[in-house]
Design a protein. Structure first.
Length: 208
């Protein structure tokens, strides 16, 4: 059995808040999730192993042999009602294919507003699951979840995660000789006239 009391929750929640600025950037959300998952594994007192880089739909393997998935949401636990906000179990990035195959045994769900973490098993997640556009989502009944960390007084490092990411991007690109700064044209609403292409797509395909 996993002993959740052995986790360094102040450190984990602190990391979650340090990288909060990255979660507001769509391109960085996967990276911020990865950082939180790595922190959770490293602060688990050796009870979780991060496998999210090799497994699909599963972030950790526990010392109990079970599979764990991690989700983090601002205001996950609503002020009114027993259910949480919607959590995406599977994003098909196209046409939703319905209920996904089981890939984990338990979900570790972080509420970054209440600094609280709850645990729900797979059956509970699927029981309240439904399709939504290209996603399969669920709502958890908090009364049926195990609260494994509550109102954590966290210790944040306080670094600027977004600036660190910007610095990383710049280091990957390197110095560009004669790089020009962006300058807005005098009349940004001006429409650039384009010379229409001759013929049609059908004509082009026939020639090809």
């Amino acid at each position: 059995m996993i002993d959740w009391n052995r986790f360094n929750w102040p450190k984990i929640i602190g990391v979650m808040h340090d990288i909060e600025s990255l979660t507001n950037i769509p391109q960085c959300r996967m990276m911020s999730a990865h950082i939180l998952e790595e922190a959770t594994a490293r602060c688990s007192d050796g009870q979780l192993k991060y496998v999210g880089d090799t497994e699909i739909g599963c972030d950790f393997i526990g010392c109990d042999g079970l599979r764990y998935e991690s989700k983090s949401t601002q205001g996950l636990i609503k002020k009114k009602g027993p259910t949480t906000k919607k959590i995406t179990l599977k994003n098909y990035y196209g046409k939703c294919l319905g209920e996904p195959e089981q890939t984990f045994d338990y979900m570790i769900a972080f509420d970054s507003t209440k600094n609280t973490v709850i645990l729900a098993d797979w059956d509970h997640c699927i029981e309240n699951g439904d399709t939504e556009d290209a996603k399969y989502v669920t709502e958890l009944d908090v009364n049926r979840c195990e609260v494994i960390a509550k109102d954590v007084n966290y210790v944040a490092i306080g670094f600027d995660a977004q600036q660190k990411y910007n610095d990383f991007v710049s280091s990957c690109i390197g110095k560009i000789v004669d790089e020009k700064e962006f300058v807005m044209m005098d009349d940004p609403s001006a429409i650039i006239k384009r010379v229409p292409l001759e013929g049609t797509l059908e004509t082009f395909m026939m020639v090809a």
